[in-house]
Design a protein around this ligand. Structure first.
Ligand SMILES: [Zn+2]
Length: 570
């Protein structure tokens, strides 16, 4: 199918197109030169007075895997009222608000114009389950990040400073479970939690059972990541997340790898920084660490961030930071689920509600936006809600309006806890994102940080993931007309995925399946063989499955896109 999108205002930061009228041609699922299109046969879309962008890329959203399933089971009340009816031949049905079912996830992302999503935390042992669910999510392309910070096999090598073997093992495990990047969650905390410890574990605390600190794990995995030349950096949920005063730990974590940056590009991604940007010593004295974090970001280029922006309302927290969930359960008594994954990681789930009237929640809301507005470089700050931890991904249209409009922020500030609003710095911030910056932060930058060369832009050869929003940049002023901006981002005029029109006038019109990206890092045969021989007896002793069954075959994934990676291993 050929498509020609005419007359639209195009925002494509990777190709430095800032609101110019450019026609976009699509053929066989790719962006092509307009003269390759037969205009008599092609489907022509008139995007006059509309905004055209690449499909959105979500760098961090918990959409699949055992903890999402457990979250759904724990919260039947989350599924009573929100549902989508099936339309035979067009779309399937689904339910759920903070933990939507698989079909709803794909549809709701597509309706907003997002076409690629990262599931950012999967226990390697249970990643077969994660892939089965990712396979079932329609429309979007997917990636998943396995958890490696408390993996006994890897920790042994890091403790012995055998980084080359560690890198070979990591490459082996990453391909075995068809993952895409290295995820760390409160490094070492899951291991400490196995001993009933780990609550508030700081970056230089000792990890029971090992002669290691979280700092050494972060540095070890960062070094391994650089040896493997993986397209994304290490993806780090900092220690002491959710604890007042934790911004210092976040700064220490960023600085722990500053000497490992060899080029002018990030070597660490700090995820949902809002949760780790607190001053103060209690929930009542909680303050903002946004200025300190932004100061570091504005003077160092080796770090990228995503926000984990609070959006108020219902949330279901779910994380491999098991000790944190234990603490949350005591702060918000009610349902709590905890889990331990053999020799790898742990996890917990607690439903939460963020309230505008709560001092702490209002402060959290301010901190996320403060970071987004104080960090100058939109290429290194990605707006996320850490779905469903700080809020639902379906609230992105509001988050975009808050970034683009001081008025939109003031409207909320009038209704939040007064003490929080008076102590935050958000009310003093004037900055408003332009549409170009929104296109950077929600599309171009996450694609670039993930190393997805065919995503996040509309240049020739890019994947034909294109979205058309009903925003006329010549007549709409996002600063004033923030409600229009929100509405346009809630329901795209068109979403085109892989060259197929999947959304029209904000409604799903086609059910298709996207790809799952995974990496196959090249490891010299002898090195790989020696490492596999070394781990075999440990695996037999520590795991309930055999190594053969641990490996997920490419054939087990609906549409695998395996990317070979040249490494520095010799
Ligand atoms: Zn997360």
């Amino acid at each position: 199918m050929e498509i020609l999108i005419k007359n639209g205002y195009v925002y494509d930061p990777i190709n430095r197109i800032n609101g110019e009228r450019v026609d976009i041609a699509i053929k066989d699922g790719k962006i092509v030169s307009t003269d390759l299109i037969d205009t008599r046969r092609a489907k022509v879309i008139d995007a006059k007075n509309k905004t055209v962008m690449p499909g959105g890329v979500d760098i961090h959203s918990h959409i699949a895997g055992p903890k999402v399933t457990a979250g759904r089971l724990m919260r039947p009340e989350d599924h009573y009222k929100v549902f989508m009816r099936a339309i035979p031949g067009v779309r399937r049905s689904g339910t759920g608000r903070t933990t939507p079912s698989t079909n709803l996830i794909g549809y709701k992302y597509a309706r907003m114009g997002w076409t690629t999503v990262v599931e950012p935390a999967t226990p390697p042992l249970e990643t077969r389950h994660t892939h089965e669910e990712l396979d079932d999510i329609p429309i979007i392309d997917k990636l998943c990040f396995p958890l490696f910070d408390s993996n006994w096999l890897l920790l042994d090598y890091i403790q012995d400073k055998e980084y080359e073997k560690g890198a070979a093992l990591l490459a082996y495990l990453l391909y075995a479970v068809k993952g895409y990047a290295i995820k760390l969650v409160a490094p070492g905390a899951a291991e400490a939690w196995g001993y009933g410890k780990g609550v508030g574990l700081d970056i230089d605390d000792a990890i029971p059972g090992y002669d290691l600190t979280p700092r050494e794990i972060i540095r070890g995995l960062c070094r391994i990541n650089e040896m493997l030349k993986l397209p994304h950096t290490i993806h780090v949920h900092c220690n002491r997340l959710g604890f007042p005063g934790n911004y210092e730990t976040t700064l220490k974590t960023m600085d722990a790898v500053s000497d490992l940056a060899s080029e002018d590009r990030p070597v660490i991604h700090i995820t949902h920084v809002q949760f780790t940007g607190y001053t103060g010593w209690s929930w009542d004295t909680l303050g903002t660490g946004a200025e300190e974090i932004a100061r570091y970001m504005n003077t160092h280029r080796h770090v990228s961030l995503d926000l984990g922006q609070i959006v108020f309302g219902d949330a279901t927290t779910m994380t491999a930071d098991a000790p944190l969930e234990f603490v949350l359960h005591h702060l918000a008594p009610g349902k709590w689920s905890g889990s331990d994954v053999e020799a790898e990681t742990a996890a917990g789930i607690v439903p939460l509600r963020y309230r505008k009237r709560s001092y702490a929640n209002a402060m959290q809301w301010c901190i996320g936006l403060e970071v987004a507005l104080l960090v100058q470089d939109a290429w290194r700050v990605i707006p996320t809600t850490d779905h469903p931890n700080a809020g639902r991904f379906t609230r992105y249209p509001w988050l975009i309006a808050w970034l683009m409009s001081r008025r939109a922020r003031e409207k909320v500030l009038k209704r939040v806890n007064r003490r929080a609003a008076s102590r935050a710095i958000l009310p003093t911030l004037d900055r408003e994102y332009s549409l170009y910056e929104v296109a950077i932060a929600t599309r171009a930058a996450p694609a670039k940080l993930l190393g997805l060369k065919h995503k996040g832009h509309l240049g020739i050869g890019a994947d034909a993931d294109v979205v058309i929003y009903d925003i006329d940049p010549k007549s709409i002023d996002p600063s004033k007309d923030h409600a229009e901006v929100t509405n346009a981002f809630r329901r795209a005029a068109y979403t085109i995925k892989g060259g197929k029109i999947v959304v029209k006038n904000g409604e799903i019109v086609k059910h298709v399946y996207g790809k799952t990206y995974c990496l196959k890092p090249c490891v010299p045969h002898d090195l790989l063989e020696s490492v596999v021989e070394e781990i075999k007896p440990k695996f037999r002793e520590w795991y309930s499955v055999s190594l053969e069954n641990y490996i997920i075959g490419e054939h087990e994934i609906r549409k695998p896109e395996v990317i070979p990676v040249e490494t520095l291993l010799k």
